[in-house]
Each structure stands twice: as C-alpha cells, then as structure tokens.
Design a protein around this ligand. Structure first.
Ligand code: FAD
Ligand code: NAP
Length: 553
C-alpha cells in the first residue's frame, strides 16, 4: 500500500452523486441525475464546460464525426434547434454548443469549476465515498462517477533539452485560451496523429516556415468539409429518429451509414477501386466501412491501405516526401484513422519541411532548434501534437481507494480491469463513463456517453427504489468480461499497431487493448440484458427493507 494520506477530516457537504469532469459526459450525467431527483455535484478542473473542446484549442481542431451526428440526442428540442454551420464543426463552435447546453439546462449552479478531484476513498462501514478536492474541502457521496475523459491527460514527450528551449512550447491538448499567432515565425510540429494532421495545414498558412517532425506516418482520409445548407440540416433533422436509433442499436461505431454486406476480396479489382474512390470522394470516417472485413483480414486491409498510399503518392509531388508520408508499419484503421483538410498537399508548399525522426530520432532540443540526424532545425515555437495518456491517464491521477484500502492504480497495474467498462470489482458505487472495456474511443463518443449515462442513471435509480446501499462488479463477471474484451480484440488487426488503444504510446504502460471492439449496438444489448436480469454480474447489498435514499428537491 502506498503511504499517501487517506481522505480524513470533516466532510463539508454531502451528495447522492459526485461527478468528476464537465465534458459532454459529466454535463449529461448531471442533467440526467437531477431529472431523477438525485443531488449531484460536478467538479471540473478547468474554468468552463466542454472538456476536450475546452482544452484542445489548437489551429484546425474540429470533430472527425459529422456534427449532425457528433451531438447530443437526448433532447429533441436541442437537436432540432441547434444549427451546425459546417459538416465538421470547428472547435470554437463545439465549445459554444457545450456552453449552450450548460445554459439551456441550467447546469452551472451544480458545477464547481477550477476544482480538481484529488482523492476518493470508500468507507466500508457507511458505504459512502469521501472525496478530497483541490480547494481543501472533503465532500461525501453515495456514488462517484468518473466522467474524466479518455483523451484528457495530455502527454509531454520525454525529449532531452525540451525544458531549455527558449521559444514558446504549446501542447495541442492544452492550448492557451488567447489567440496564438504564428505569423512570420518558424514553427516546429512534433507528432503526426490526428492533432498534428489537423493543425499542420493551418499552421503552414501562417508560419514563415513549418518543420514537421514525423516518427510514424499515418493514414488520413480527406474530410471534404463544407458549409451545411439549411436544406441539408433540415433533411438530416427530419430523419433523426432513424439516424439516432441506428447509431445506438445497429451500428458498430455509433455512426449512421450504410452497412457493408461484403468483404474487400469479394469484389474484383475494378469494382473495389471504384468503391474506394467513391468513399475517398465522399470523405470522412466511413471510408473504413466500405467493406466488412477491413479490420479482420490482412489481405483485405492491404487493398484499402494500398489505395490510400497511392493517393498520397498522387497528391505529394516530391516522391521522396510521398514515400515518407506513406504509412507502412500498421494496418489501415488499426490506429484511429485521421480525417484531414489538405494535409498531404501541405507538403507541396515551399515553406514546409518534413523531417523523418524514425530513422534519425530527435537527439535533443537546444535553446532555438530541434537537433536530429546531426542537423539543427531552427524554430521560434514548438507545437507538441504528442497525444495523451489515453483511457486510464486521468483516472490514474486520482488517488482512488476502494475496499481494504486497495487503490485503483494498484489494481490496474497490469492493465485496466472492469466489468462492462463501467465498474471495477473492489470499488463499490464507483462508475466510469466510456471506461476501458467499453466501445468508448472506437465509437462516435457522444453515442457511447449517452448510453453509459442512461445505464448508470437507471442503475442508481434501481438501487434507490429497492434500498440497496452498494453495488459492485463481481470478480468472476469482471474476469470473464476482460477475457472476452481481449478475445474479441485479438480476432482483429488492431493489436498489431503500436497505438494508444494498446497503451503503446506511453513508456512502461501495460500493453492491453483497452476499448471493447464488439460494436456499439451489440454492447448496448449486453448492458441492457444485464440490467434486465437485476444487474447480473454485480453484487448488490443493502438494507433488508426497501427505503428511499435522501432525495434533494
Ligand atoms: P472530456 O471531454 O475529456 O472531459 C473530461 C473532463 O474531466 C475534462 O474537462 C477534465 O478537465 C475533467 N477532469 C479530468 N480529471 C479531473 C479531476 N481529477 N478533477 C476534475 N476534473 C477532471 N470523439 C468523437 O467521437 N468524435 C470526434 O470528432 C472527436 N474529436 C476529438 C478531437 C480531439 C482533439 C480530441 C482530443 C478528442 C476527440 N474525440 C472525438 C474524443 C472526445 O474526447 C470525446 O468525443 C468527448 O468529447 C469526451 O467527453 P468526456 O466528457 O467523456 O471527456
Ligand atoms: P496521437 O494519435 O497519439 O499522436 C501522437 C503523435 O505524436 C504520433 O505521431 C506520435 O508518434 C508522436 N509522438 C509522441 N511522442 C513522441 C516523441 N517523444 N517523439 C516524437 N514523436 C512523438 O495523439 P493525437 O494526435 O493528439 O490524437 C489522439 C486521439 O485524439 C486521436 O486518435 C483521436 O481519437 C482524437 N483526436 C481526434 C481529432 C479529430 O479529428 N476530431 C483530432 C485530434 C485528436 P508515434 O506514432 O510514432 O508514437
């Protein structure tokens, strides 16, 4: 056991539920709990709502799921009245939407901003959580919901000399609130995942010179972003019942699109090529759902990967640069595919240099340059698009203690263990939204967030109505679920990539495929069945006589 202090002291306030985080998950959780008469308090370390869209303000940031779908579905009025301006809304607009939701549903009075949840300890005698906050207060709650986000713990790379760099350093996941103007500057971008790929074309427009330091080339599909017309918005709104229903119950990834009925090798070369061409022209994530076996069969996957590599060679004029930009060490889609606007074409600009740091890793960062391959690339500013300690990073930062004083970090030392991605044995009344072991980051996340929030609300209401005091995942149910999550993952090509899905981007992090790849629709069915069977696989304990939990007015 670690020697860090336990949560002791007099609790100042008490709630039915403490929710950690005020992104899309925490906001909807609060709304839903209040609707069921629970008292709830949200703590958010930032000074505003929106989570991802509050922190990731880098140039070019926008969603990769179309906005008409990357939006809440729980309020018919909201989805009918909100006007998305573009096919993929830019970050400021998504943040405006989050703020609109907070105001529209009167959420702010129950959210405490600028407050980090530092520790949470379960008291086995009272079945209450004591939660320690960065303002020094301790509050108690029957339930704690971690809405801490899967991509909320920005990761600084360990590069020698970074702290001695005299120019400005920005991380895409922790971007300043004031406008950053790169006009006339020499900028270096390290990292070519989705954040790098979105920001590079925009920074190249501003900077006098942009140097992109690439370790791993990534697959990217054009977004084909465009303004939405009123007719397009209306047409989409009219079919919302069908779209949302499909996304929730039938889709694999929470996105409304045609379901593929055949594999890539069932078509001849010409037919296959014309299908890829049509999806490339349409743009967006649905490129990967043209066939039903791209994630399963290496030969099928190669046909899609080759197509994209050919496109890169067509777009990028310098054959050497094109070759460097062609991904060659992972199956297409085994890392979250990127969606871009003019990313590859940006390397045709005279003010953009591509540096291969796979062959020549960065040696060090000096006061004014990035040194690699014995050469100094002089820069005035550095943009670190180096990603996140994903899925478990923000949970691990909280000192969570369950039964017998065991910490969640101890329990998850060899990788996260959950039942349904929702709870972990030994940590009663503690829920995670879009946690490891659920479809989460493999999906349109708002669909997965809404499903978890609805399920958790149903669960705590069930407990209240029947007088249960504590609910906890059973160890055997958890073991079976973890085995199932792994088994399904290893029927696919995903584990072949050194991705953040596998924890491979963080040195020393256990290599486990963290999300559940069984599909959004099937997963929902499993969760609903578990609930229908009186929360099968969970131990419910409590008063013999049903009694009501304290309900706030
Ligand atoms: P977050 O939005 O991450 O919110 C979690 C909040 O919890 C944060 O505000 C954080 O400050 C707070 N928090 C964490 N720990 C603590 C603590 N200890 N105490 C207090 N507060 C805490 N998904 C898609 O489906 N489609 C997309 O197009 C898409 N685009 C993305 C673009 C970017 C740049 C990134 C980084 C992610 C993107 N994602 C996308 C994933 C995105 O994270 C989710 O869609 C969604 O916004 C997550 O919402 P959330 O509320 O679960 O988490
Ligand atoms: P990421 O996918 O993890 O990419 C990080 C990049 O930084 C990789 O190219 C990585 O190289 C590189 N890198 C990390 N450490 C490095 C080091 N020490 N030296 C050199 N290079 C280093 O992170 P991200 O781009 O922020 O995206 C994370 C996820 O957020 C996405 O997959 C997506 O789910 C979401 N996102 C979505 C959008 C969107 O389009 N809406 C935009 C941004 C983010 P290696 O690959 O070699 O490790």
């Amino acid at each position: 056991m670690s020697a860090s202090p336990s949560v002791s002291g007099k609790a100042s306030e008490s709630y039915d539920v403490v929710v950690v985080g005020a992104g899309f998950a925490g906001m909807y959780m609060l709304h839903k709990l209040r609707g069921q008469g629970f008292s709830a308090r949200v703590y958010e370390q930032g000074d505003g709502v929106g989570g991802t869209w509050y922190w990731n303000r880098y140039p070019g940031a926008r969603c990769d799921v179309e906005s008409m779908q990357y939006s809440y579905s729980f309020s018919e009025e909201l989805q009918q009245e909100w006007d998305w301006s573009e096919r993929y809304a830019p970050q400021p607009e998504i943040l405006k939407y989050a703020n609109h939701v907070a105001d529209r549903f009167g959420l702010r009075p129950d959210i405490q901003f600028n407050t980090t949840v530092e520790r949470a300890e379960f008291d086995e005698r009272t079945n209450l959580w004591s939660v320690a906050l960065s303002d020094g207060k301790i509050v108690t709650a029957k339930f704690v919901v971690l809405a801490t986000g899967c991509l909320s713990n920005a990761r600084m790379p360990e590069i020698k000399g970074l702290d001695r760099f005299e120019g400005k350093v920005y991380h895409t996941g922790h971007w300043p609130h004031e406008i950053v103007d790169f006009t006339g500057q020499r900028v270096g971008v390290i990292g070519t995942g989705s954040s790098g790929i979105q920001s590079v074309p925009v920074i190249a427009e501003q900077a006098s010179h942009l140097t992109v330091f690439q370790r791993t080339a990534n697959f990217s599909i054009p977004a084909r972003n465009a303004m939405l017309t009123e007719e397009e918005r209306q047409a989409f709104r009219a079919k919302y019942p069908e779209v949302r229903q499909f996304a929730r119950t039938e889709s694999r990834n929470g996105i409304y699109t045609e379901m593929p009925d055949r594999g890539a090798l069932d078509d001849g070369d010409n037919e296959r090529r014309s299908k890829y061409e049509a999806r490339w022209t349409r743009g967006g994530l649905t490129f990967m759902s043209v066939y039903n076996n791209l994630a399963l069969d290496q030969t099928a996957n190669d046909t899609a990967a080759d197509f994209v590599r050919e496109k890169i060679a067509e777009i990028v004029k310098d054959p050497e640069k094109a070759k460097l930009l062609q991904p060659n060490n992972h199956p297409i889609g085994s890392k979250r595919i990127c969606i871009d606007t003019e990313y590859f074409a940006t390397f045709n600009r005279p003010n953009v240099t591509l540096v291969d740091i796979k062959s020549n890793p960065i040696e060090e960062i000096t006061a004014s340059a990035v040194r690699t391959g014995g050469k100094d690339y002089e820069v005035d500013a550095l943009v670190l698009a180096t990603g996140f300690d994903a899925m478990t990073g923000s949970v691990a930062k909280i000192d969570i203690r369950g039964r017998n004083g065991q910490t969640l970090n101890q329990k998850w030392a060899e990788g996260p263990r959950t039942y349904l991605g929702l709870m972990s044995a030994g940590f009663p009344n503690l829920f995670v939204i879009t946690g490891p072991g659920s479809p989460s980051v493999l999906s349109n996340m708002i669909v997965s967030i809404e499903q978890h929030v609805d399920w958790i609300t149903g669960c705590v209401s069930y407990m209240r109505d029947r007088g249960f005091e504590a609910m906890e995942a059973k160890k055997d149910a958890e073991d079976n679920w973890v085995a199932h999550v792994n088994e399904v993952a290893y029927t696919t090509l995903y584990p072949q990539a050194n991705s953040w899905y596998m924890g491979a981007n963080v040195p020393g992090k256990p290599r486990i495929f963290m999300p559940y790849i069984g599909g959004v629709g099937p997963y929902r069915q499993i969760c609903d069945d578990v609930a229908a069977k009186g929360y099968e696989g969970f131990a419910l304990t409590g008063a013999e006589q049903p009694r009501k939990m304290a309900v706030s007015s």
